[in-house]
Unconditional design. Sequence first.
Length: 321
Amino acid sequence: MTSTVIARDPGEQSPAAGLRPQGTATGVGEPEVRTVDAASRFDRLVGLLGALPFFLFVFLFLVVPVGVTIVKAFIGADGGFTLDNFAQLGEAQYANAFVNSVNLSLVTSLIGGALGLVLGWALTTATKPAWLHQAVTALSAVASQMGGPPLAYMFLAFMGAQGILTVWLQGLLGFSLNDVISPGSFWGIVVAYLYFQIPLMAVLSISALQGVRKEWQDSGTSLGASRARILFTVTLPILSPSLVGGLLLLFANAFSGYAAAYALAGGGANLVPILIGFFLSGNVLTNQGLASALVTGMVVIMLVAVGLRVLLLKRATRWQQ
């Protein structure tokens, strides 16, 4: 038998030479690994430095004011510790203010949420004509942030004593709209708040509605399910965390509203933000301790609403990935 000897280039590495146990250092890759780790740490440090202004802003303009307000709520007129400020919240005027604020927030969030969801669905499904879709989307984004005196002026110009709708109905049907809804009444403030609650819900629901997949409809139809059954057993349960989170944000948004309600009703609206404004501005007997207790109550309600929304959004993100 003849054996064949294959000559190998001295510079060529043997196949066996490249086989090394895992974890064995080569002596060449270690500096490269250290360089990658150092670059990663540097990137994280740069990211933290970039976020530092944001954290500083939140600390100075959110954490510190809220903390100082909560501390003042436990300080009496003599400068000592007291719970009298919170005890006064049980009096009829202040308890009714919280009830009125909660009722206003619930009504406007439910009505605004329902109508805003319809608007968001229309903006998601009807994309033509493109110019109208873009115009309504932009208008919704702007209107969702509108409030205060401009909102009150628009409401009065449309539904006030000499508003366009009021005068038109007076001439057409012979009755005054203000006899049904006056600007300073509870329902008048509700209608005014819907000016920004409806577009805000539309903006919030668009991202969730865009996550609805056509495959869900096709799968349900292939199994013999009707559109209504697919809607109530598949689509709405999946969208419910995002939709309920949007309602909670609308609730918090209405609960903290001040300028629009004050511009429409003045001191006639017994709402928590208006009472706080009275105590701080000196329109009534100045009592910063009681005002701080009112603010603390508002903060607790707002934290509950926003905290629930955060938990619901974490659940909703599973279906949006």
